[in-house]
Design a protein around this ligand. Structure first.
Ligand code: NAD
Length: 422
């Protein structure tokens, strides 16, 4: 038996948690929250670590670590994605859960924040191994989840199929179909029109709102050509932007005259990655960050814009498709250089907004048209952007600071109104 327990010595997620705590600290200071409330907001409500045994195709059994963290449930059920990635650990999942709490409060949807993860590389598993892993992980976290308690969704390394297995595992244990236990499901199981592209649509809405000029010809670079990044590139290109560079784990590609994003997506669907795409030049991962572009969209993982590379970033605007891509040190450098950052908890909120709409439809056994979903998404995104922008202007804050002041402030207010039991 192989025990695949990641080393905690390096604790890769610690930096993400430190960033999240730093941002909370700044907002709490601005809001004048007392120490007790600050500690409560810095501490997850529930954290579960589980061992997930997986039967491999050759009969071996591997054991991987899984997590589910509910950071805060003061405003409603916990909500947050499930990530399958080799470097996922309890610190990273806690940071991601905390960001979910502020994000839901910021865009005004009645959820708390959660996140789940399994320390595994899904690309090394067969589909049947992935299904067994998913079902066993869900069994281990079963006491925490449910449509009124905690509702998972896709994140890095998981997709609609993963959500279908989760919905089925939960429903089999319950004895009847419970579509509302997860969002980001296939349409046939109660998924919502517009959910698949919702995070990317939100990134497009935020980018166009912050651009401050016509999108026609605006140069864009996207790091991470996955579920969020590929469609964000597509929607920005559809709006008239010139997407000059994109990257994924396989490599980065560049075309000064602009990439044909649909064609790159077709190449990725066929070959598995952007590497080798014929109508573009190869670029290093580092070079993509340093391109002279109008908009940079990090849409992969945390901690990629650091004090080391921030001084070389030329983009005027950064729109965070990913969660936590910018470290606090990089944030300061970029702010001093005049770079505007639309922060993750605002820029990528489109996903949880349409997840909420999917859940509302499931709870009502009703469905909305794609146009109705997009209109509600646009209303909530533009409303939140406007609130953040005007608070930032009024109080001389960065957009990240303003977004956190609003999100943290609403959660703090919910705690104060509810009082402390007993
Ligand atoms: P995904 O697994 O579909 O895509 C991730 C992409 O990043 C892949 O293309 C991968 O190859 C690429 N990548 C990984 N490491 C890279 C590197 N070093 N350089 C360049 N590319 C790299 O995941 P996703 O769902 O698109 O999530 C991406 C980010 O968006 C994450 O931070 C996630 O938390 C956030 N997010 C996702 C959603 C959602 O609805 N899926 C919602 C909100 C936020």
């Amino acid at each position: 038996m192989t025990i695949m327990v990641p080393s905690t010595a390096t604790a890769p997620g610690r930096q993400a948690l430190d960033s999240a705590l730093h941002q909370l600290g700044q907002a709490a200071e601005h809001l004048g929250l007392d120490d007790g409330l600050r500690t409560m907001l810095a501490t997850p409500r529930r954290s579960l670590t589980v061992s997930v045994p997986v039967r491999r195709e050759d009969g071996r059994m591997d054991v991987v670590q899984g997590f589910r963290v509910q950071h805060n449930v003061s405003r409603g059920p916990a909500k947050g994605g499930i990530r399958f990635h080799p470097s996922t650990d309890i610190h990273e999942v806690t940071a991601l859960a905390m960001w979910m709490t502020w994000k839901c409060a910021l865009v005004g949807i009645p959820y708390g924040g959660a996140k789940g993860g399994v320390s595994v590389d899904p690309t090394e598993l067969t589909t049947r191994e992935l299904e067994r892993l998913t079902r066993r992980y869900v069994n281990e976290i079963l006491p925490l989840i449910g449509p009124e308690k905690d509702i998972p969704a896709p994140d890095v390394g998981t997709d609609e199929q993963t959500m279908a297995w989760i919905m089925d595992t939960y429903s089999v244990n319950t004895g009847y179909s419970v579509p509302g236990v997860v969002t980001g499901k296939p349409m046939t199981l109660g998924g919502s029109l517009g959910r698949a592209g919702s995070t990317s649509r939100g990134v497009q809405i935020a980018a166009l709102a912050a651009l401050g000029r016509s999108p026609e010809g605006a140069r864009v670079a996207v790091q991470g050509f996955g579920k969020v990044g590929a469609l964000a590139a597509q929607y920005l290109a559809d709006a008239g932007c010139r997407v000059v560079a994109v990257s994924d784990i396989s490599g980065a590609i560049y075309s000064a005259s602009g990439l044909d994003v649909s064609d790159v997506r077709a190449w990725v669907a066929e070959s598995g990655g952007v590497y080798g795409y014929r109508h573009a030049d190869a670029l290093s991962h580092d070079e993509l960050f340093e391109l002279d572009v109008d908009v940079l969209v990090p849409a992969a993982l945390e901690g990629v814009i650091t004090a080391e590379n921030a001084p070389r970033i030329k983009a005027r605007l950064i729109v965070e498709g990913a969660n936590g891509p910018t470290t606090p040190e990089a944030d300061e450098i970029l702010a001093a250089n005049g770079t505007v950052i639309v922060p993750d908890i605002l820029a990528n909120a489109g996903g949880v907004i349409v997840s909420y709409l999917e859940w509302v439809q499931n709870m009502q056994a009703y469905s909305w048209s794609a146009a109705e979903v997009e209109m509600k998404l646009r209303d909530l995104m533009e409303g939140a952007y406007g609130e953040v922008r005007s608070l930032a202007t009024d109080r001389a804050l960065t957009l990240r600071q303003a977004a956190h002041v609003i999100g943290v402030g609403r959660v703090a207010e919910a705690h104060q109104m509810r009082g402390l039991y007993p």
